[in-house]
Design a protein around this ligand. Structure first.
Ligand SMILES: Cc1cc2nc3c(=O)[nH]c(=O)nc-3n(C[C@H](O)[C@H](O)[C@H](O)COP(=O)(O)O)c2cc1C
Length: 363
């Protein structure tokens, strides 16, 4: 099976690429051959609707760019994979340019197929009979993809082809912290891998796998939004500090060691079922590289993360930021670090002992 993957993200190493690579790894493990085209690196001019490719030079566009070479590739693959991030509830402009410029592949005539009007192919039997859509987006809910998915369903129907799988990954920017996403993170990436295997073995992707890859990271939408807002705040601060030469780490490295994003992530990972009806506050009194005061407020199965100092917290943890960062990154064991007095605590020790079971992603 020959797979042609059209990658429509202008960011070559981000999340569309991450999930596409997993999918393709799965496909290769079952013997597929593949080619990835990064559309943002190709010269593709917009269709100007002159229809020259229909009536004057049939099958040949007026533009002289990279598109003829790509149209040839479309004529010699078995599966077309369209991987695009969600931009303004649709595909990226790179992907849109590409799709429009496929016009030379169809003929102008109108025919009826499946009860609707469409155009006949100029090269019957030469086009792949299967398409797969892969998309990622920033917002956490899968419903944001609705218009994009409908667009691809209509395209598949018009071409009398099968939309053999739809792999959607909402909340994709969270995958910067893929390690912190724990079991779900692994399940999702493994889901993309399985989807790649299924397309080769069964010619289609199962609903089960589609659901696995698109599962929401957390039911705690408010917590998700707060973490995203914190992310952007830290990004802006990092930019300012870099411009003043106070910071020399790249943002991607600095954010993974930022005590605020780590504590905020911990708050979002509160296991509602384990928390039950606990009402408690935890003060983090942080010294060292990133000193400050932050606290958790746990109530109704939700944990809020705030900056500031409480008068009477249920539990107070005094820690250097370096120690808490190391614990959060799994480089140091929390209980062991406590025994070794790398951090101290006062207040409800029962709560301290429960931290590991209350927070985390079931790793
Ligand atoms: C111009 C633009 C428009 C976007 N529109 C949406 C959108 O409508 N809904 C959404 O959830 N995310 C939206 N996003 C966020 C991207 O989908 C998200 O950052 C995704 O991870 C980008 O893919 P990449 O990581 O492969 O670059 C948009 C981003 C940009 C730059």
């Amino acid at each position: 099976m020959k797979i042609l993957a059209l990658q429509g993200s202008p960011r070559p190493k981000k999340y569309t690429q991450m999930v596409l690579e997993k999918f393709l790894e799965g496909a290769v493990s079952k013997g597929a051959e593949l080619e990835i085209i990064h559309l943002a690196n190709k010269r593709i001019y917009p269709c100007i609707g002159c229809y020259t490719c229909w009536y004057k030079t049939p099958g040949v566009c007026i533009h002289k760019d990279d598109m003829p070479e790509l149209l040839e590739k479309l004529k010699s693959c078995d599966v077309e994979v369209y991987a695009t991030p969600l931009y303004t509830y649709g595909m990226t402009s790179f992907m849109k340019l590409f799709l429009e410029r496929r016009l030379p592949l169809i003929q102008p005539y109108l025919i009826e197929s499946d009860g609707v009007t469409t155009h006949p192919s100029r090269y019957p039997g030469k086009r792949a009979d299967k398409m797969v859509l892969i998309s990622v987006c920033g917002f956490p809910e899968v419903g944001h993809f609705n218009a994009l998915v409908e667009n691809f369903r209509l395209l598949a129907r018009a071409g009398r082809r099968k939309l053999a799988g739809v792999l959607l990954r909402p909340g994709a920017e969270s995958m910067l912290f893929i390690e912190k996403l724990g079991k779900k993170g692994e399940e999702v990436l493994q889901g993309f891998y399985r989807a790649g295997q299924e397309i080769v073995e069964k010619g289609e992707i199962s609903k089960e796998v589609e659901e696995i890859v698109s599962q929401e990271w957390t039911k705690n939408r408010r917590g998700f939004q707060e973490q995203a807002n914190l992310f952007w705040k830290i990004r802006m601060e990092h930019e300012e500090r870099t411009s003043r030469n106070e910071e020399n780490r790249p943002f991607e490295e600095a954010i993974l060691e930022d005590i605020r994003i780590l504590l905020g992530g911990m708050a979002v990972s509160l296991r509602g079922e384990a928390a039950g009806d606990i009402r408690a506050t935890i003060q983090f009194d942080v010294t060292g590289r990133q000193a400050g005061q932050w606290y958790f407020e746990i109530a109704d199965g939700y944990c809020a993360f705030r900056e500031g100092k409480l008068d009477h917290p249920t539990l107070t943890i005094h820690t250097p930021s370096e120690v808490w960062v190391a614990i959060s990154k799994g480089e140091m064991d929390g209980a062991q670090a406590f025994m070794e007095k790398k951090y101290t605590a006062e207040g409800d020790f029962g709560l301290l002992l429960r931290l590991k079971s209350l927070f985390g992603n079931n790793r």
